[in-house]
Write a protein that binds this ligand. Structure first.
Ligand code: SF4
Length: 248
């Protein structure tokens, strides 16, 4: 399938009364992107049409609980914070996510939206900071990238590549230059696949004398230095602090 062939129609208007299927709401430090390290309320919606090989939130693929937007807003209001990360799963798989974002903005919340980049971001309110993935070949979902989404990104938004190996790095570099992504959005992130639960990775890291930092992270850092790319390196802070603990 070509990069441009998987287009989806605009998100349909649905009944706000139907609410949203929700996996969890929790309060923690943001572990990624520009608000990394800041206290944040995470709203994790259920469901995702993708199946990335490195997915660390498979528990959000199904289940959850359908809740009204009013109930979700009340839970959010119980935390001492006005910063929200809407995540999943894929939040945009549920059309009412747009309505939730609109209501939260009206209440003065600052919102970042983590999206896989496979569904249109056209209807996301402009005040929301989109943190959009571009799926690399090793993710197994590169064909799902909806390239027309680039038309809706601004300096207020961010693009993230999760890099699994040198081939992914080369692909990401090619897309960065081809689409001039660093000029399109405020920040482009290159992040090494970071699976701290992987015994092989942990053993390899111990061998290198630093079990907390994956070998791939060091390699990626060196590739980026050698090419002096206009992108930023990131490790997922929450995985360093809390490993794969759910709800953190
Ligand atoms: S898009 Fe995100 S939630 Fe969906 S499978 Fe990929 S990593 Fe998991």
């Amino acid at each position: 399938m070509s990069e441009l062939s998987l287009r989806t129609s605009a998100i349909p208007v649905t009944d706000p009364e139907a609410g949203l299927r929700l996996t969890e709401i929790f309060y923690s430090l943001q572990g990624e992107a520009l608000t990394s390290g800041l206290p944040t309320i995470f709203v994790r919606l259920t469901g995702c049409p993708l199946r990335c090989v490195y997915c660390d939130t498979e528990y959000a693929f199904s289940g959850g609980e359908r809740q009204s937007l009013e109930t979700i807003m009340a839970t959010i209001a119980s935390f001492p914070c006005k910063r929200i990360c809407l995540t999943g799963g894929e939040p945009l798989a549920q059309p009412n996510a747009i309505e939730l974002m609109t209501r939260l903005l009206d209440e003065g919340y600052e919102i970042s939206l983590e999206t896989a980049g496979a569904l249109t971001v056209e209807n996301v309110p402009p005040a929301v900071s989109k943190v959009m993935d571009l799926k690399t070949p090793s993710s197994g979902e590169v064909d799902k990238n909806l390239w027309s989404n680039l038309d809706y990104l601004t300096q207020h938004d961010q693009i993230k590549f999760v890099i699994m190996n040198r081939a992914d790095y080369e692909w990401a570099k090619e897309k960065l230059l081809e689409h001039q992504l660093d000029k399109l959005v405020g920040t482009v992130w290159f992040s090494p696949m970071f699976n701290v639960a992987d015994d092989v990775t942990v053993a390899a890291n111990k061998e290198m004398g630093s079990p907390e930092v994956p070998v791939l992270a060091r390699e990626l850092a060196e590739w980026m230095l050698a090419d002096a790319l206009p992108v930023r390196f990131q490790l997922q802070l929450h995985k360093i602090i809390w490993a794969d603990a759910k709800g953190k």
